[in-house]
Design a protein. Structure first.
Length: 345
């Protein structure tokens, strides 16, 4: 039997010390995601021989969902790539067995479904999970990374030629880049709010001041602000990057409306590559397109690096009888879980 860990449980932190991970797996980040997305923070923990598995989760109630059994719940990965972590050396068969135990324990707890987002750069658990018949691994779009172990000249050659020209124009015009000048944080937050409004973003992406302050308090020295300033000294664009282990991860970005046509984020990404290399990171992960699609955002990021990874998710039905009852009147859709899909107009 596995165990459900509270964020304060020492086994959560001790597991992170022993396996490759990212900031998405920090207990405080999962708690922050719970405050933003609802539900409560936990992790499923299992020991497999000499190894371990840890799955950070948000547990949500199904109150008000048509057809849901009393006290039913479901689970989801926190925002980002917070998929299962495993110890080095675990076989596919051991991962399959651990996943089967999680599915059984989840059913006993009252979970109807679980939706997991796998981390594209961390040791893959997808093959082992796919062996478990009750778990469905779905491949979405690609994500982009930059190999920071390259020599500087090779690193620069990876940047698409039009990006290099744009960066040179921005530098010639007097745009500058600063890292960790936290006096730029309020301006970044304002630019982020404007960016989300411009893109008509869903409510879950409309992070307020409390989120940004809590994120900084949680991540501490792992969180970094990159700010691109205009010749007049105002923030043109900015991005939040994290550095955990070997990975520099791009988290959130924003561009001020008045500078949008100049694409100052190209200067930000170009600078982040050299900054990450200087810190000793081996890879910069830029993520992918909107909702994992191979779209214009993905192509933009692809102009900074040649590394490509598959973003995968895992859909699990713990209680097939309840799930079927809750979805029998729903129009079939790729959204999972289907009972949380928007009802047709």
């Amino acid at each position: 039997m596995g165990k459900w860990l509270d964020p304060a449980d020492a086994r959560w932190r001790s597991t992170l010390h022993g396996v490759p991970h990212d900031f998405y797996h920090f207990p405080c980040y999962v708690e922050l995601a719970a405050r933003t997305d609802g539900g409560f923070a936990t992790a499923y923990y299992a020991e497999i021989g000499a190894g371990r598995m840890l799955i950070p989760l948000l547990i949500r109630t199904l109150d008000g969902v048509a057809g849901a059994p009393p006290q039913a719940q479901d689970a989801i990965s926190p925002y980002g790539y917070a998929g299962p972590l495993i110890s080095d050396g675990l076989s596919d068969a051991e991962v399959q067995r651990a996943m089967g135990t999680f599915i059984d324990d989840g059913a006993e707890r009252g979970l109807i479904t679980t939706f997991l987002r796998l981390h594209p750069l961390l040791p893959s658990v997808a093959r082992g999970i796919a062996r478990e018949a009750r778990a469905r691994v779905v491949a979405h779009g690609p994500t982009v990374s930059v190999d920071l172990t390259q020599e500087t000249a090779a690193l620069d050659r990876e940047v698409r030629s039009n990006h290099r020209r744009n960066v040179a124009r921005l530098e010639a015009a007097g745009f500058t880049v600063r890292f960790d000048a936290w006096d730029d944080y309020p301006a970044f937050q304002a630019a982020y709010a404007a960016t989300m409004a411009r893109h008509h973003a869903a409510d879950r992406y409309l992070f307020g001041a409390a989120y940004f302050e809590d994120l900084r308090a949680c991540l501490g020295d792992a969180l970094h602000l990159c700010a691109v300033s205009s010749p007049a000294g105002e923030l043109a664009c900015g991005g939040l990057f994290t550095h955990v282990g070997a990975i520099v991860q791009y988290h959130l970005g924003a561009t001020a409306d008045q500078h949008l046509s100049l694409a100052p984020s190209k200067l930000m990404f170009a600078a982040a590559r050299h900054w990450g290399k200087a810190r000793g990171a081996t890879v910069l992960h830029l993520g992918g397109g909107v909702q994992g699609r191979d779209d214009s955002l993905y192509l933009f990021k692809r102009g900074f690096g040649s590394g490509e990874h598959v973003f995968q998710s895992v859909s699990i039905v713990h209680d097939p009888v309840a799930y079927d009852a809750m979805t029998k009147h729903r129009v079939p859709d790729s959204f999972f879980p289907l009972y949380r899909a928007a009802a047709p107009a």
